[in-house]
Design a protein around this ligand. Structure first.
Ligand SMILES: [Zn+2]
Length: 268
């Protein structure tokens, strides 16, 4: 039960930090730290500013059991089978499928460098090739001769690649994900309080209700797409210059326009 609770907090640096603060002694005595391999590298940097957590992190998190090889003073990821350094979803040297490593973010899975660029935009078509490539490598038909454990790794990796693809492909889910990487949680159910947006929402709702034919609905649909494009841009600018409050507001708008689009699709 404790581990489940721990897993659910892994992606939220704030709750994890609170949890660790409260339970440091308990953690040290009871928790098998190998269950924490899903820790995100960005979160690791942020949370480790707390000296207590840094202590646990450095003494327990980085070790052989964590899937790392030590080389001199630094630790790098290594293959569970051939110990080759720097394996990814599957080892380039021996081809073994590796266990899921949640410190690898979705961008890295697709060969995009999130850490370097912190960019919201992804060029069209830059995900598809890599996606197909991974799905081929992790396909059950290709790993059926491998051990049960490795087949399990392949199934988990494949599910993660599907998740990553779905998340990064759509600008709204990508925006929410990229904010999470920065440690900013997005509350998708947050109530709208901005008068301007409230007025706009009412207007759009009326227009959708009154639309009697597909032509009228399609027209609203294009308006929503136009608005989405505009707010995607505003989000990208705000995000790239670290204006997270503004970025959150843009996400709220995008979420709303996106819902209208979905509603229209149902009516069409
Ligand atoms: Zn290997």
């Amino acid at each position: 039960m404790w581990r489940n609770q721990l897993r659910t907090t892994l992606f939220n640096p704030k709750t994890l930090a609170q949890l660790l603060d409260k339970n440091i002694a308990q953690l040290q005595n009871q928790t098998n730290f190998s269950t924490l391999r899903g820790f995100n590298t960005n979160q690791r940097t942020r949370v480790s500013r707390n000296p207590q957590i840094q202590l646990i992190w450095s003494s327990e998190f980085l070790g052989e059991s964590f899937g790392f090889c030590s080389s001199g003073s630094s630790s790098t990821r290594c293959c569970w089978n051939c110990k080759n350094q720097g394996p990814f979803l599957s080892c380039q040297s021996c081809g073994s499928v590796q266990p899921v490593d949640h410190s690898i973010d979705y961008f890295t899975i697709f060969g995009l460098s999130y850490d370097r660029d912190r960019k919201f935009d992804i060029e069209d078509g830059s995900l598809e090739g890599k996606y197909k490539d991974w799905q081929k490598k992790l396909h059950p038909d290709l790993v059926h001769t491998k051990s049960e454990e490795e087949r399990e790794y392949a199934a988990e990796q494949s599910a993660r690649v599907i998740d990553a693809y779905g998340t990064l492909r759509k600008p709204l889910s990508r925006a929410i994900y990229i904010m999470r990487l920065e440690g900013v949680e997005v509350d998708e159910e947050q109530t709208v309080s901005e008068p301007e947006l409230l007025g706009e929402i009412m207007e759009i709702r009326e227009a959708v209700e009154e639309a009697t034919d597909s032509q009228a609905l399609n027209q609203i649909q294009s308006q929503m797409e136009e608005k989405l494009r505009r707010w995607y841009e505003l989000f990208a600018n705000a995000f790239e210059s670290r204006r997270y409050d503004e970025a959150l507001k843009s996400i709220q708008r995008m979420t709303y326009y996106h819902r209208v689009k979905e509603e229209i699709v149902k009516k069409l």
